[in-house]
Design a protein around this ligand. Structure first.
Ligand code: FNR
Ligand code: 8K6
Length: 347
């Protein structure tokens, strides 16, 4: 029997999705200067409510989490109220939406806030903030144990704020070279305390964030994104797989809503993952619901799900180009190809 991606999917006892096609988290840098979602963002997300689940663009948990201009937040009451308008509009159209909780760690820039740039270790990245080339990245401060405790508490607070803002749950952004991922990779983590050096220690921050969020909103409302194939602002290290092996084994006992791979092209194979693709590696190591992503279209996603490579598909760029992506799939209409110029406005 073949799986129909357009039929409902039960994520768990509390959440049922209207189909298996998720809108991937997509940073658009369009919040107002107080990092509050705008009416244009309300309309943009509402137009995509036919997705099985919308995952919001990455949303910062506190001021020092920011590394790009006008990325929305979830730490002030104005931001919570702004997101409430978005989630109300999505719910009115019959959709569901999770907030992606974000801290960029060492790719934060003090241009955006007062205070230190925090990271696992004082190892900077080359380069500068995209589209703001004058903002060169600085060497971060290695987070103290007290900093780490406050970061964990702020992820939990942001999760609580997300529910207050009407989200159906959250996706913890543990991927793409940002804070949580920095702890998980040897290239960014040279700590010699209980957060570094061994797979168990390097997984500790990720697991403490996951457990703190679960504690506040429940595992059924908590998803996690991971990108074991290090590729963005990070270099590959053959020891990284042992960290993810440990982490995924621990996650197997957490009953998360889902685990989501983070990758732009899921046909890429990683030497550090025993030559597997992101989804192949995650499928083998993780026993819960897996979301695949990365340069899929409807047909390739359907084939992958029917081959049991993952359970749900997240679609990113095609959703930028096609607000009515799901209708087009249902009606077998042609999908408009994505191009980078489309990032200039929200359609
Ligand atoms: C992204 N991606 C991304 N990922 C994430 O976890 N949080 C984010 O905020 C963003 N932002 C973002 C912005 C833009 C403009 C792009 C193109 C991508 C990655 C995205 O979620 C997805 O993994 C990739 O786009 C691959 O999927 P598609 O586009 O091939 O379906
Ligand atoms: C100031 C105008 C802003 C216009 C939108 C910009 C979108 C920027 C996207 C940044 C993205 C982050 C995620 C990405 C990973 C890329 C990896 C190769």
């Amino acid at each position: 029997m073949t799986t129909d991606l357009l039929q409902p999917f039960k994520l768990n006892d509390t959440i049922e999705l209207q189909n298996r096609i998720l809108m991937a988290p997509l940073t658009r840098c369009m919040a107002d200067d107080n990092l509050v979602p705008t009416q244009a963002m309300v309309d943009y997300y509402a137009r995509r409510a036919e997705a099985g689940l919308i995952i919001s663009e990455a949303t910062i948990i506190r001021p020092d989490a920011q590394g790009y201009p006008n990325t929305p937040g979830l730490f002030t009451s104005a931001q919570i109220q702004g997101w409430k308008k978005v989630t109300d509009a999505v719910h009115e159209q019959g959709g569901k939406m999770f907030a992606q909780l974000w801290h960029v760690g060492r790719v934060a820039h003090p241009h955006f806030f007062d205070g230190d740039v925090l990271a696992p270790s004082a190892i900077g990245v080359e380069g500068s903030v995209p589209r703001m080339r004058e903002l060169t990245y600085i060497t971060p401060k290695a987070a103290t144990t007290a900093d780490i405790k406050s970061l964990i508490a702020d992820y939990a607070k942001a999760a609580e704020n997300a529910l207050e803002a009407g989200f159906d749950g959250v996706e913890i952004h543990g991927a793409n070279g940002y804070l949580i991922d920095q702890f998980l990779h040897y290239a960014a983590n040279e700590r010699d305390d209980e957060y570094g050096q061994t797979p168990e220690n390097m997984s500790r921050f990720a697991l403490e964030v996951v457990d703190a969020v679960i504690n506040v909103i429940g595992a059924d409302k908590t998803g996690l994104r991971l990108s074991p194939g290090a590729y963005f602002n990070m270099s590959e290290d053959s020891r990284d797989k042992s960290v993810f092996d440990y982490l995924l084994n621990e996650l197997n006992s957490r009953s998360l809503a889902y685990l989501h791979g983070g990758i732009f092209d899921d046909s890429m194979r990683f030497a550090s993952l025993a030559d597997k693709t992101t989804s192949e590696y995650l499928r083998a190591a993780y026993s819960g619901t897996l979301v695949g992503v990365g340069s899929y279209d409807f047909d390739t996603a359907k084939a992958a799900i029917n081959a049991n490579k993952f359970d749900l598909i997240a679609i990113g760029r095609p959703f930028i180009a096609n607000p009515d992506y799901i209708s087009k799939i249902k009606n077998a209409e042609e999908v408009v190809p994505y191009s980078d110029e489309m990032l200039a406005e929200l359609i």
